[in-house]
Design a protein around this ligand. Structure first.
Ligand code: IPE
Ligand code: IPE
Ligand code: MG
Ligand code: MG
Length: 332
């Protein structure tokens, strides 16, 4: 958990460990995002230049280095998972009618829905094309299962949109598919490509799954507690989009019928014109919605921490430990 100087690894120190690898990954993404149609290339470049934390490739690279040596295959696969992530964001912003992504107008706003959907399709296929170079069925199996899980997550979310009675279990099922599945696949692929045995691969995948769950819970908390300038996307957005997330689920368990009505009104209106966002925040505060959701996130973090603790200590293991804290404490 501690670096040479005895303090927990910082984000910069983690980045230092994978900086060279990550540069290669960025090159691979640029190289592989060139299509014979300009729109796709332009959209890929726009998203790549727009920032993003590169959490998924970092997780894959650290998982590979934890187990063994870095290979060209792991670099390529880190590019693949980021490309899949990008494709899901492009489609997600169409589905959510989003306005902003990574602090800039989202692709659906700049290029429209039709072009964005097709560019997303192209990116998915390109990611699979690159993955195919491993000539490995396990890799394809993981990636296909993962992509289907993510699509299922988005479909389930659509079905459950604007449902004020969404249960905690239903919410968790969404988060599992939407986010944790990809985190888990990153650790699985990284460790597999570095030569991990089945048990080790699964244990690391399990660690990353818990990390992914915590990550999405925190993302949903930040939607209530952060500010747009830091987050890179509007706040209060989930409820406006009809998404009932964990802080709200918890608050609604103890809410009065008037408070419930406030939520119902926002869900029905799809905006904060008759019920201002601050009223929703006050209700969350009264029932400790954010606090309780944060505790739940922390329990996933604790599980992740315990699992990564079963691996031998080295700089990469320490980095993965530190990431669990960074995910929980982040502000964007
Ligand atoms: C956004 O993921 C989608 C979610 C799972 C919440 P990130 O927050 O990792 O997005 P970027 O890549 O850093 O922009
Ligand atoms: C993110 O989902 C996209 C996927 C994980 C498929 P959300 O719609 O919840 O996240 P943001 O808020 O747009 O990043
Ligand atoms: Mg969205
Ligand atoms: Mg969405």
């Amino acid at each position: 958990m501690f670096s040479k100087t005895g303090h927990p690894l910082t984000a910069r120190e983690i980045l230092d460990l994978v900086r060279d690898d990550l540069e290669k990954v960025e090159r691979e993404i640029s190289l592989e995002s060139v299509a014979s149609v300009d729109a796709v290339t332009t959209i890929s470049q726009y998203l790549q230049a727009g920032g993003g934390k590169r959490l998924r490739p970092i997780l894959l690279l650290l998982s590979a280095r934890l187990i063994g040596n870095m290979t060209d295959g792991a670099i390529r696969m880190a590019a693949v998972v980021e490309m899949i992530h990008t494709a899901t964001l492009v489609h997600d912003d169409v589905i959510d009618i989003a306005k902003t992504r990574r602090g800039r107008p989202s692709t659906n706003i700049v290029w429209g829905n039709q072009t964005s959907v097709l560019a997303g399709d192209w990116l998915y296929m390109q990611a699979f094309q690159v993955a195919l170079r491993e000539r490995n069925f396990h890799v394809l199996d993981v990636l296909i299962g993962l992509t289907q899980a993510m699509v299922e997550g988005e479909l389930l979310q659509l079905e459950r949109l604007a449902k004020i009675d969404l249960s905690e279990a239903d919410y968790m099922e969404l988060v599992d598919r939407k986010t944790a599945a990809l985190f888990s696949a990153c650790a699985r692929l990284g460790s597999f490509l570095a030569g991990a045995d089945d048990e080790t691969e699964t244990r690391l995948a399990d660690f990353a799954w818990n990390l992914g769950m915590a990550f999405q819970l925190v993302d949903d908390i930040l939607d209530f507690t952060s500010v747009e300038k830091i987050l890179g996307k509007p706040v209060g957005n989930d409820l406006r989009e009809g998404k009932v997330t964990l802080p709200l689920i918890y608050a609604l368990q103890n809410a009065s019928s008037e408070e419930r009505k406030l939520t119902e009104t926002v869900l029905a209106d799809g905006n904060y014109e008759s019920v201002p966002f601050i009223e929703i925040l006050k209700m969350l505060n009264r029932h400790k919605g954010v606090e309780r959701a944060m505790e739940r996130a922390q329990s996933f973090t604790d599980k992740a921490r315990a699992l990564i603790g079963t691996f031998p200590e080295n700089p990469y293991q320490r980095a993965l430990v530190a990431i669990t804290d960074i995910v929980t404490d982040r502000d964007h």
